[in-house]
Design a protein around this ligand. Structure first.
Ligand SMILES: [Zn+2]
Length: 125
């Protein structure tokens, strides 16, 4: 699942789930399974006093809840700098996986330690 967090701009396409408030975004992260949200794109200002900062702070306290890929699409330079700084400092980095075929892929793209389903042994479920 991909999560698009923005109060005004709609998600680029319907592969994204659109979340408009920090509260709803945290609830979505909380109720999704570990690793279920694979990607998140963040605006900064969400209208009124709301921003995506509480979302990032919440993920800092719940390390396993960080999606593998987190990007910022906010046009607010100060907000953007804060979000990107926090993501850079606190998002867990998983080591890349080297497959039996010799190919190295990012952890989030690996399938049970293999580079793709094509390298999975026949007897794997
Ligand atoms: Zn392979």
């Amino acid at each position: 699942m991909k999560l698009w967090v923005d109060d005004l701009r709609p998600a680029p396409d319907d592969s994204w789930v659109w979340s408009k408030t920090s509260r709803n975004t945290i609830d979505t992260l909380m109720f999704a399974g570990i690793g279920e949200i694979t990607e998140m794109s963040l605006d900064h200002d969400l209208g009124g006093d709301d921003t995506t900062r509480p979302v990032v702070l919440w993920m800092c306290e719940h390390e396993l809840r960080w999606p593998a890929k987190v990007v910022v699409h906010s046009a607010n330079p100060v907000g953007r700098e804060w979000l990107e700084g926090m993501i850079y400092r606190y998002k867990p980095q998983y080591p890349p996986v080297t497959c039996v075929c010799g190919k190295t892929v990012p952890e989030q793209e690996a399938v049970w330690g293999f580079c793709s389903e094509e390298c999975l042994p026949e007897d794997m479920p």
